[in-house]
Ligand binder design. Structure first.
Ligand code: XLS
Ligand code: NI
Ligand code: NI
Length: 434
């Protein structure tokens, strides 16, 4: 029995139509810069917000329509509903945590048995529908055993349990031909420094990540390992705070070649950055992997995980990604959820259609910026002075404080301030929106 019986495959109708259950901007097949929009944008639906979480909050119970129990039979119904949704929406990818797709059992053996059963059905559904796995991950934060962290837990048995869970989830992702494997820090952080050994917890996390990279090599998983920066929530301070602190952490443990970043919009804003900043930083440090698209609420200081609606903001992010050559293994996962009052089944379609149309509009804007090269030219012009002999000598590491001092004393300097042209550039960006 269909879970969304009244909804057909969502068509692309263009802007003239008023049909809300259709795409007005996202035309999957449309070719731009040699690829279809679907190939460029690599949309993914996340299992957890859309099919697993009940819609509860700290004040009240779940509100969403989830007519399946938390047992294996329920997991099978959930799987069928999820694939019906992916296919009707027309996305190429999905993402999951181990616990989203199958319930934890009373023993690890039972948990693995549950996962095995669902994995086999999932493989069949994937083969039949052609919907592929963008990334898999393990839930190392939900169960009470992880209240004090997983890899950073003061108890080594919890570390071991988390290691076993990641081993299974990584192998499962490999088996389902996932394109990436994600590690979000979950509860890797602290609530109080009074009893936290920062050095020890950092080393534990470093060793955990090393083990994941070692196991990836061992099983021959060719996808990308990703970590996902987030500054706080659920802990007061998360160790994977932002792209820059992830980079420092990876370098400390010699892991910067093994991991890339999954950048989430609402995590960037919680860290006091823009999404644009985090993506540009990751690209500039060869760390860019994938994105979790969503938005926060400008007045709320937590991870509200709403669907993106601001195309202009998103355009700059997509522009940076385009400049960097586009996604390789990564993609655009909607790590976003409905509001608690959105209880109609079709709300899930409205939310994703809105998100995909917003991204499609943003992409069109990004292409205009990319094709006209207005920003690229402004950047190139701004640094043109570095082509001079003095600029080259610095870049090629030939200059020293002494040679530069001699250059300054020779007196032939050109240091007149030039305009940063910010307002003009902002206008150019605004005008490029089509
Ligand atoms: C939570 C994270 C989570 C990861 C996957 O804030 O965004 O959903 O993407 O564990
Ligand atoms: Ni996320
Ligand atoms: Ni998040």
């Amino acid at each position: 029995m269909a879970f969304f019986p009244d909804i057909e495959k969502i068509p692309y109708v263009g802007t003239a139509s008023a049909n809300p259950l259709s795409f007005h901007y996202y035309d999957a097949e449309k070719k731009v810069l040699g690829k279809s929009m679907a190939e460029h944008l690599r949309f993914a639906v996340c299992y957890w917000h859309s099919f697993a979480a009940p819609g509860d909050d700290v004040f009240g119970d779940g509100t969403w329509d989830r007519p399946w129990g938390n047992d294996v039979a329920g997991a099978q119904k959930k799987l069928a509903a999820a694939f019906e949704f992916f296919e009707k929406l027309g996305v190429a990818y999905f993402c999951f945590h181990d616990r989203d797709i199958a319930p934890e059992g009373a023993t690890v053996r039972e948990t693995e048995k549950n996962l095995r059963l669902i994995a086999d059905e999932m493989a069949t559904a994937m083969a039949r529908s052609g919907v592929a796995l963008l990334w898999g991950t393990a839930n190392l934060f939900g169960h009470p055993r992880y209240a004090a962290g997983a890899a950073t837990n003061p108890n080594p048995d919890v570390f071991a349990f988390a290691a076993d869970q990641v081993k299974t989830a990584l192998e499962l992702t490999h088996e389902l031909e996932g394109q990436n494997y994600v590690l979000w820090g979950g509860r890797e952080g602290y609530d109080t420094l009074l009893n936290t050994d920062l050095r020890r917890e950092s080393d534990q996390l470093g060793r955990f990540m090393e083990m994941v990279a070692e196991h990836k090599q061992k099983i021959g998983f060719e996808g990308t390992l990703l970590i996902e920066p987030k500054p706080c929530e659920p802990t007061k301070h998360q160790y994977d705070f932002d792209a820059a602190s992830c980079f420092a952490f990876l370098q400390k443990y010699d892991l910067e070649k093994e991991f890339k970043l999954n950048i989430e919009c609402n995590h960037a804003t919680l860290a006091g950055h823009s999404f644009h900043h985090e993506v540009a930083y990751a690209i500039a440090h060869d760390l860019f992997g994938s994105i979790d698209a969503n938005r926060g609420d400008p007045q709320n200081g937590w991870d509200t995980d709403q669907f993106p609606t601001n195309a202009e903001e998103f355009a700059l992010v997509l522009y940076e990604i385009l400049l960097a050559g586009g996604f390789s293994n990564g993609g655009l996962n909607f790590d976003a959820k409905l509001r608690r009052q959105s209880v109609a089944r079709e709300d899930l379609f409205h939310a994703h259609i809105g998100g995909m149309d917003t991204v499609a509009r943003a992409f069109d804007h990004a292409i205009a910026l990319y094709e006209t090269q207005v920003l690229a030219n402004a950047r190139a012009e701004r640094y043109a002075g570095w082509q001079s002999p003095i600029g080259q000598s610095i870049q090629q590491r030939k200059a020293t404080l002494e040679t530069l001092s001699a250059h300054v004393h020779a007196g032939d300097l050109a240091m007149e301030p030039v305009s940063g042209r910010q307002e003009e550039l902002e206008n150019l960006v605004a005008r490029a929106a089509r």
